[in-house]
Design a protein around this ligand. Structure first.
Ligand code: FAD
Length: 317
């Protein structure tokens, strides 16, 4: 029987990828075909690959199909993300049983982002703490349960202390390890590691890292969902390789403003500097008391492959 991910983390640092369920048949083919993205990612021997879950259960079919495709790779554990949004208790039981029937027994238990205009989850459970407890009560030890941790505090938490206390509750309710929200602020991260340990949280911490490859995606990820701090070094990088009029202008329009070649060069230079920045970040994380590196592969292989090899995390296994 394959080792549980939290057991691996007790022995050594783990490394893993995150993918999302493609919205189109073409996207699914690119991800799952022979020699496709998943096959290539698996040549790097990750301990696990997780697949995101659309809030409200959108794209559930593609989520399961992606997890099945991950499972087909021996030695790589599939982990599904799962949220409370719009899910009744019975619906959760049915979906979780379906995962077990497909041999998927690792789950990241989340509340989910509330859709715009909603004040609650629209389902039977309000928080991830309740979901963890519900999974344990309904399925015993059949699932290995990961939970989210936010080193800067969840964007809507009333205080970081309250947020940490809810993380402790997730541990008390039966969670097995923590997967973190994006955090580029290493001082804050180190503070948080000390704070959660002082709060009695002993779970392994698996750090989520979004490779810095594109200015627009980086700004978007930091500001639109999490409100993350961007350290000066990262801001300087974005500024240095700024594409005019701005990174949010559609590529075709922006290229009109400058020559195609100059525009493409700026983007390529940003990516190169971003890969270097990401590798530096991984170095800092690896000495900050963590148990795993979780890279958002964004359903691509090439740049992630470089980061895994050049950072040395390929040698973790
Ligand atoms: P919770 O832990 O429930 O926290 C939500 C808020 O409520 C926080 O402010 C917390 O402080 C507060 N809180 C928690 N418990 C209590 C309580 N008992 N009483 C009062 N307040 C409480 N979203 C998706 O839709 N799909 C995905 O696939 C997905 N993947 C993710 C992967 C990772 C690694 C991470 C970190 C996040 C992911 N998300 C995903 C986003 C996540 O759903 C959001 O961050 C969501 O807003 C919070 O989820 P949570 O599990 O942290 O919620």
């Amino acid at each position: 029987m394959a080792k549980k991910v939290n057991e691996i983390m007790k022995e050594r640092m783990a490394f893993s990828f995150e993918v999302f369920p493609p919205k189109t048949d073409k996207g699914m083919e690119t991800l799952t075909k022979t020699d496709g993205v998943l096959d290539k990612l698996c040549t790097l021997n990750p301990d696990y690959i997780s697949c995101t879950y659309g809030a409200g259960g959108t794209n559930v079919g593609a989520n399961l199909a992606t997890l099945d495709a991950i499972k087909a790779h021996a030695g790589v554990t599939p982990i599904t993300h799962f949220t409370c949004i719009g899910n009744t208790k019975q619906g959760i039981k049915d979906q979780l049983q379906q995962y077990l029937d497909h041999g998927i027994d690792h789950i990241l238990a989340l509340r989910g982002d509330l859709p715009f205009g909603w004040s609650g989850t629209g389902g039977d459970l309000r928080y991830a703490t309740e979901l963890v407890k519900f999974i344990r009560d309904s399925f015993g030890d059949k699932f290995t349960i990961a939970v989210a941790g936010s080193p800067e505090g969840h964007i809507s938490c009333r205080s970081i202390e309250a947020d940490i206390s809810f993380l402790k509750q997730k541990q008390d309710d039966g969670a097995d390890f923590i997967m973190t929200q994006l955090c580029w602020d290493m001082d804050q991260f180190r503070w948080w590691m000390d704070a959660i340990r002082a709060a009695g949280i002993t779970l392994p911490v698996d750090v989520g890292i979004m490779p810095v490859l594109d200015a627009r995606a980086t700004i978007n990820m930091a500001l639109s969902r999490n409100g993350c701090v961007m350290p000066r070094e990262l801001s300087v990088l974005i500024s240095k390789y700024w594409t005019f009029p701005d990174p949010f202008t559609a590529d075709a329009e922006a290229k009109d403003a400058k020559s195609d070649a100059a525009y493409a060069q700026k983007k390529a230079d940003f990516k190169e500097a971003g890969i270097e920045y990401t590798i530096g970040l991984i170095d800092e994380y690896r000495v900050a008391g963590i148990s795993g590196i979780h890279l958002y592969a964004l359903n691509k292989y090439e740049d992630v492959d470089r980061i895994v090899k050049e950072s040395g995390i390929i040698d973790l296994i």
